[in-house]
Every structure is written in C-alpha cells, then in structure tokens.
Write a protein that binds this ligand. Structure first.
Ligand code: FMN
Length: 299
C-alpha cells in the first residue's frame, strides 16, 4: 500500500499533518504520537518577534467544535529556530513552519531567517490583521494577497503554501490570487469567524468578542471550499477543517486535498493524528486501494 504523497515538489511519507496552532511544535504530544510517523508536523504560527497573544478568556466550546482567539501567541523566530527546529529534527519529523506577521516585512523577515533551516515547507497564515492596511486581513483582499504572496515568494528558499481564510464570499478568487502571486500550494481552511454570548451575564464569552470556529462542525464548509479551489486552480492543497477520523481525511482528499491536517481533534484525543492515519489505511484496505494518490480529487 502506498501512502506517500508529493506536494510542491516535496515528498511526504503519508498525507497526515497537524493543523497549525493545535500541536505546538510537537513536543507536548510526544507521549502519544511518534512525530516521525506523521507526514509532517506543522508548527504553531511564528512571527519575527515574540507575541503575547490576546487577553483571556480566549477559548470556548461550541456545538461540534470550539472558538479560539489565542491571537497567535508565539515565542518569536529566534527561540523557535534555536529550540523547536532542532528538536523536531532530532525526532526525524518533516517540518512545515506556519508563519505569521503584521506587515509584509514581518513575514519576509521570518521567511529569510528560515532559509538555511531544515524546513520542508513554509505555510503562510494570511489571516493575521494587516496593520498597514488598516486592519483588513491580507487573506480577505485578493490584491493584498497577490502582493504578499509575490513578496514572500521572492525571498523564500523553501516552497510556500498560502493558507486561505474561509471568511470570504468567493474562496476561488483568493486561491487564484495566491496562484498568480507564485504560491507553490494552498492550505485551507483556517477558522470561521464566530461569536458566543453568556446570556446569564450579558457578556461576550471571549475577551476578544469574536473568535475562530474550528472542529467537526466546520467540515462541510472545508469540503466545499477544497472542492471549489481544486476545480478553480492547479495548485496542490493541504486540507483541514474538522477532521476527526480517517474517513474525514478521505473525504477532504476526494474533494481535492493532497495532504490533510488534523487540528481541534488533537485537543480531545491527543492520538488523533495516529488514529486518522490508521483510519486512512483501513479505508484503503477495505476498498482495495493500492495508492492513496488514486483518490486525490476524484470527485
Ligand atoms: C487553538 C487554535 C490555534 C490556531 N492557531 C493557528 C495558527 O497559529 N496559524 C494558523 O494558520 N492556523 C491556526 N489555527 C487554525 C487551524 O490550523 C485550522 O486551520 C483550523 O482550526 C481548522 O481545522 P480543525 O477544524 O481541524 O481545527 C488554530 C486553530 C486553533 C483551534
């Protein structure tokens, strides 16, 4: 049975990775997961300097998922390169680094710092607030997305994967802008903006008022968007959004994802990535599929 997949010129031993921000840099899951058994570990968003994140409370449960407004808390690229990359390499993990920033220059600084590091792919989170453009996220404006993709691609040594926000009317417009800007692959979906109110206290549950919705409740949106993007452009896709089982992963792959990331599932089942991998193998056995690549984008 072949589980190997190729994405943006990089070969991964299987299609299962972690969704950024739900797995740290892997160390906190080592008790449960053999990091080298994953297709890759995708790390929490890292910026040029440390970010404190948002005030608490910044997590809330919802039906079939959760809201978070962690605000991209991270240790900054220096500590990340000194501490997290060597550790992941020691564990023989393939590495996808998720990059965040407030300005184009911030992103470029991180990407340049990573150029000599043993990193397989750079996943660029463009749902961060764009301070220079007055708070409009890069991921919600196709012109801004094109520009930032181009600027990052010009400096990046590793292939880049623009991570798309689902908080847009037409996801294919964003996918095409990233493709035109030179992105090597796309990942989708990031969280869907939501809100929760404590009716007894008449207060917002999250200090930030709004948060990003994730978990199984968003999976149908992810499947729909992956399908649309796969039809609209030719870039390979890392799919995520509500994957809990191997069958969920297969669904995203049939819609068009070459790799699949497991996110919120890790919080209630720290072995979720391993279970998803086992579930994919069980599905392949059941339907006599020799090569996982057969099912990618088959719909
Ligand atoms: C607590 C939390 C933190 C997250 N942090 C990041 C991040 O740093 N960068 C990023 O691109 N996405 C981040 N995400 C989004 C996930 O990577 C993923 O796109 C989304 O949660 C959908 O997948 P899921 O339903 O499997 O969780 C975060 C999600 C959660 C729940």
């Amino acid at each position: 049975m072949n589980l190997e997949v190729k994405l943006a010129g990089v070969t991964f031993k299987n299609p299962v990775t972690t969704a950024s921000g739900t797995f740290g840099s892997g160390a906190e899951y080592e008790e449960f997961v053999d990091l080298s058994a994953l297709g890759a570990v995708t790390t929490k968003g890292v910026a040029n300097v440390p970010w404190e994140g948002n005030p608490t409370p910044r997590i809330a449960e919802t039906y079939g998922g959760m809201l978070n407004a962690v605000g991209l808390q991270n240790p900054g690229i220096e500590l990340f390169c000194e501490r997290d990359i060597p550790h992941l390499k020691e564990k023989n993990a393939s590495i996808i680094v998720n990059v965040c920033g407030r300005t184009v220059e911030d992103y470029v600084e991180v990407v340049e710092r990573l150029s000599d590091e043993p990193v397989d792919l750079l996943e660029i989170n463009v749902s961060c607030p764009n301070v220079k453009a007055g708070g409009i996220a890069f991921g919600q404006n196709p012109d801004a997305l094109y520009d930032i993709t181009k600027a990052i691609k010009a400096k990046a040594k590793q292939p880049i994967v623009m991570k798309l926000s689902p908080n847009v009317t037409d996801i294919t417009e964003m996918a095409k802008a990233a493709e035109a800007g030179g992105s090597d692959a796309l990942s989708l979906i990031n969280t869907i903006t939501g809100m929760k109110i404590d009716i007894h206290r008449r207060k917002f549950v999250l200090a930030n008022q709004t948060g990003g919705m994730s978990g199984p409740a968003i999976k149908p949106v992810a499947v729909r968007m992956i399908y649309q993007v796969h039809k609209a452009c030719s870039l390979p896709i890392i799919g995520m959004g509500g994957v809990m089982t191997g069958e969920d992963a297969i669904e995203l792959m049939m819609a068009g994802a070459t790799m699949v990331a497991v996110g919120t599932a890790n919080f209630h089942n720290p072995r979720a990535t391993m279970d998803v991998l086992d579930g994919i193998k069980a599905y392949m056995e059941r339907y006599h599929i020799e090569d996982i690549n057969e099912i990618i984008g088959c719909m």
